[in-house]
Design a protein around this ligand. Structure first.
Ligand SMILES: [Zn+2]
Length: 680
């Protein structure tokens, strides 16, 4: 269930075809944290604080043609990629290399060898295609899916792996989740509005194009595409929605192996688990029983030839970014251009850096942090974390709506949170992956298999609390409810987000708010259902939980009233956890900043008071330009609200903001105090 982790940003790796998003040119040296050129002084901060703080940035930073959106985070990530490129090009060409530089150099070099990639063409995945072609009956599907590992460590048809036991977080058990779809979410298959219908038609065209690239005649390709769509639609209808997935009890269904066989008798689980080299299993957690019930019916109903068609498409579609040009182009044209609005493909080097960062993250991470992350930076970050946690402690103690009983439990949970900063204490060893300098797709496949096996190997072993879910160079941060830890990689602790040369006001508004955001995730609609040890356990009194839900409902209703794009409203339930974390995080950051600077005689800088600089620092963490197509995908799949609402939606609930800018009642950024939402 590691997918429960809650991030500050929507950092989805570029090559995951369905959700491709990524950040272009090194822009060093950085501007200071408060970027005055980003402020649009023609806008009244009390009318639209986001546009006041970011209007200049928006004008100066149009979305690059190869990007689906653009933001301060995306730009910083792109600078990181340019920096990593330097490390990788040296590693790819140097003759004197250590184990790490050899691994990352060969992986990156193979990716950059476009001539070899194009020459190999489809032969790179010939073995997988042959296994599919050899299927004789539905019973053969189990061993095939166990053997054909997809890139990104995914299984075909569904998602199999391991998870921390929701009832005992120190134990790792086998896990099965829904999957098998080509579009970004199950709702794409079920919604009846005109745009959704158009997207489905365009997707079927994409599937058809992939079959044509495989050599199918037009008519055959068309029928095949319809088959894929039919199978996927049945699975989609039985899948949990994004909102249903926010309830962790929906995802907890621990079954004995016999019960799994009863749920899905048409799939040979014993052979699947043996072939995939799982240890002996006592139980498995099935996150989506409805999906597996449908899978069983589909296995009965669909003839083996149609399954072969389905698998053939999914193997090729998943591998397309790593195959020859026609496959790369078709993949780009549907997933990034049509679905998300990108105008151009990213340069190859940038894709290759991201593939390396994703597949060999802790090898590349070692080379990265040794150059960018100082012990002083780590100490500074830790100090800020401690101050924010202290503010949270005070805040819990002061809450007027919570009973002492629940407060005591909340404080136990707060005490139990682990703070992880910069990078892992121990680096993962990739030496068992065979990496060849001239076999890119093969490297991807073997790295994917390594990751699948690594997840399986966790079953029955003690949980590694030092493990990280994102790479050190990632510009993001997360909270993991089952680990009860907050994680800030080196990539996010950099200017213009955190700048040691700047004063506290913007640093607390920006990075302090990020830390508070992750901390608050431990207490949002989802995180609050896990205890200090990371177990799914109710530590609330009934009455306090009701009061909590009345308060979160205020936030839900507020964000549901916002329009994301055209006629699409935000889903207040989907974005609830992030919105609660945004609001709570900024309140904590403000408290921590006030207590640190208490008694200091802070003076205005560039005509802005310290309080104004705090809030501008906050707003400028998320200056962004967003494409309508991308906003549409995100409204359906992204738990984060669009940038404008992540800023304005917070300040309208903070009386400190209106006071800092001298706003008057009746102005858009001023809510009457009895309508303000406040959870934590
Ligand atoms: Zn978050």
């Amino acid at each position: 269930m590691h997918r429960l982790i809650a991030c500050i940003a929507f950092a989805v790796f570029i090559s995951v075809p369905s959700l491709a998003q990524s950040p272009s040119a090194p822009a060093l040296p950085y501007s200071p944290s408060i970027d005055i050129t980003s402020v649009d002084k023609t806008v009244d901060p009390c009318a639209d604080f986001y546009t006041y703080s970011c209007g200049g940035w928006q004008k100066n930073n149009p979305i690059p043609p190869d990007e689906t959106s653009w933001s301060v985070y995306a730009k910083l990530y792109q600078d990181n990629l340019a920096f990593l490129r330097g490390i990788l090009e040296e590693a790819a060409t140097k003759t004197q290399r250590n184990q790490v530089t050899q691994e990352i150099g060969d992986f990156y070099g193979a990716c950059m060898n476009e001539t070899a990639v194009n020459q190999r063409g489809l032969t790179a995945i010939q073995p997988q295609l042959e296994e599919i072609a050899a299927l004789k009956s539905v019973r053969d599907i189990a061993p095939m899916t166990a053997e054909v590992t997809l890139p990104f460590g995914r299984t075909l048809l569904f998602e199999a792996g391991s998870t921390q036991d929701p009832d005992n977080s120190e134990q790792v058990i086998a896990d099965l989740d829904q999957g098998g779809l080509g579009l970004p979410d199950r709702d794409y298959y079920t919604k009846e509005d005109a745009k959704s219908k158009e997207i489905r038609e365009r997707y079927v065209q994409h599937v058809r194009k992939v079959f044509e690239l495989l050599g199918d005649e037009q008519e055959v390709a068309k029928n095949n595409a319809d088959t894929v769509m039919r199978i996927e639609t049945a699975l989609a209808k039985a899948s949990w929605t994004q909102v249903e997935r926010r309830n962790p009890y929906n995802l907890k269904n621990k079954l004995k192996m016999g019960e799994l066989d009863q749920l899905v008798p048409n799939f040979d689980w014993a052979t699947f688990y043996r072939t995939a080299r799982y240890p002996q299993l006592g139980m498995v957690n099935v996150e989506s029983p409805k999906f597996y019930k449908q899978l069983n019916e589909s296995l009965l109903k669909e003839p083996i030839d149609d399954w072969k068609t389905y698998f053939r498409f999914h193997v090729v579609d998943s591998y397309s970014p790593f195959l020859s040009q026609p496959f790369v182009d078709e993949n780009f044209s549907f997933y990034r251009a049509y679905l998300r609005g990108a105008k151009e493909q990213q340069p190859r080097w940038r894709r290759c850096v991201q593939y390396t960062d994703y597949n060999l993250s802790e090898a590349l991470g070692q080379a990265y942090v040794s150059k960018v992350f100082s012990p002083q930076l780590k100490a500074d970050a830790l100090e800020m974390v401690n101050r924010i946690e202290e503010a949270m402690r005070e805040r819990i103690e002061q809450l007027d709506w919570m009973s002492p009983e629940t407060k005591k439990q909340a404080l136990v949970k707060l005490e139990g949170i682990r703070n992880k900063i910069g990078y892992p204490d121990r680096w993962r060893d990739y030496s068992s992956i065979k990496l060849l300098p001239d076999d890119f797709a093969g490297n991807i496949e073997r790295a994917g298999a390594f990751e699948v096996q690594r997840q399986i190997n966790k079953i029955g072993r003690p949980v590694d609390h030092g493990e990280w879910q994102i790479s050190a160079a990632t510009v993001d941060a997360y909270y993991n409810p089952q680990m009860n830890d907050i994680n800030f990689p080196a990539g996010v602790m950099q200017p213009p987000l955190y700048d040691p040369k700047m004063d506290d006001a913007p640093n607390y508004g920006d990075t302090g708010g990020t830390i508070g955001h992750e901390l608050t995730h431990g207490f949002d609609d989802e995180g609050s259902q896990f205890d200090a040890k990371g177990n799914l356990k109710d530590w609330w009194t009934k009455l306090d939980r009701e009061k909590f839900e009345t308060r979160t409902k205020c936030v839900e209703d507020q964000y549901s009233s916002y329009v994301s794009v055209a006629d699409v409203h935000l889903n207040g339930k989907l974005t609830l956890g992030e919105n609660v974390a945004d609001l709570g995080g900024e309140i904590l950051a403000y408290m921590a900043w006030q207590s640190k600077t208490n008694g200091m005689n802070l003076q205005p800088i560039e005509g802005l008071t310290p309080e104004q600089r705090f809030f501008i620092g906050f707003a400028q963490w998320d200056c962004a330009n967003e494409r309508p197509d991308d906003l549409r995908v995100r409204a359906a799949t992204d738990p984060h609200s669009p940038a404008k609402y992540r800023i304005n939606g917070v300040v309208v609930n903070m009386p400190e903001f209106g006071k800092a800018f001298g706003c008057k009642s009746g102005q858009p950024m001023v809510r009457p105090s009895d309508q303000m939402c406040k959870v934590w």
